[in-house]
Write a protein that binds this ligand. Structure first.
Ligand SMILES: Nc1ncnc2c1ncn2[C@@H]1O[C@H](COP(=O)(O)OP(=O)(O)OP(=O)(O)O)[C@@H](O)[C@H]1O
Ligand SMILES: [Mg+2]
Length: 262
């Protein structure tokens, strides 16, 4: 069998706090295949960001194990790209220099990576913005720059923790379609965390639906939607039924309340 890009095995995570331990995750099991797009949806506090920190080696499971490319994660993983909810661009560096932070810190040849950075900017529709500063960009543009930065060192795995949470609804929809295009072109393994059921379904091969804290996998739903996915995909019966399926899981776990007519 092929080695999974990312593998969570019986992962439990508790945090020690002043008022006693908080159980954040319980028996989380997931194998992310090469080039697979996984969406994770779940209520606030169910341990989604905790999964990201553990996958990147910034936090560790209380029990169970996590491996990246067959190697157990015991220290910060450098071979991955991370995109957070708010872009963490440096205000004093222009777009190009923000994207080149990683190669620069690793002492790699700037010229080689600069070509790649320009290609990435073109791919996300920001050709010509190389010398702009973050304050000159809209929220959507800044988040696109963050995505370029996460991709610059060609990581096999991309972790995205509510990357579009701070954007307005229209920009967000646009970015979702763009992310899909980027994924079709690069075929990275992606873990995409969101609160938005539609977004989760539209992008994913598999949608991991989580229950409230302690976070457990309530269900994993394979989408089998045809590629490329477009805004019109959301009007198809298959898409509508997948969204309903996720919603029903949340209703079953009391995350979404069902109101009966009186
Ligand atoms: N460093 C920490 N110390 C103590 N408790 C923590 C810590 N980090 C997270 N927690 C707790 O663990 C649980 C899971 O947190 P986490 O941030 O992973 O949730 P989340 O699913 O990402 O939520 P959201 O959707 O709001 O971002 C929460 O109850 C949170 O309070
Ligand atoms: Mg979070």
């Amino acid at each position: 069998m092929m080695t999974a890009t990312l593998d969570f095995k019986h992962v439990n995570k508790s945090y020690g706090t002043a008022s006693g331990p908080i159980e954040a995750l319980r028996d989380f099991n997931l194998e992310v295949g090469d080039g697979e797009f996984i969406s994770i949806v779940g209520p606030s506090g169910c341990g989604k960001s905790t999964l990201m920190s553990m996958a990147s080696g910034l936090a560790f499971p209380s029990s169970g194990s996590i491996s990246v490319k067959g190697e157990r994660v015991t220290q910060p993983v450098t071979d991955l790209g991370i995109v957070f909810q708010t872009d963490v661009l440096l205000d004093w560096r222009n777009v190009l220099d923000n994207i080149l932070i990683q190669p620069e810190m690793r002492g790699l040849d700037r010229r080689a990576y600069e070509t790649r950075a320009r290609e990435l900017l073109k791919m996300v529709g920001l050709e010509g913005f190389e010398k702009k500063y973050p304050y000159e960009l809209s929220g959507g543009m800044r988040q696109r720059v963050s995505i370029c930065r996460a991709l610059i060192h060609e990581p096999p795995l991309l972790l995205m923790d509510e990357p579009f949470g701070a954007l307005d609804a229209l920009t967000r929809e646009q970015m979702v379609i763009e992310l899909h295009q980027i994924w079709l072109k690069t075929r990275k393994s992606v873990i995409f965390i969101t609160h938005d059921i539609q977004e989760a379904v539209l992008l994913a091969d598999r949608v991991v639906v989580m229950s409230p804290r302690p976070g457990r996998i309530a269900e994993i739903i394979e989408t089998h939607l045809p590629h490329p996915r477009r805004p019109a995909t959301m009007e198809t019966p298959r898409f509508v039924s997948l969204v309903a399926q996720v919603r029903h899981v949340f209703e079953k776990h009391g995350v979404l309340k069902v109101y009966d007519p009186e």
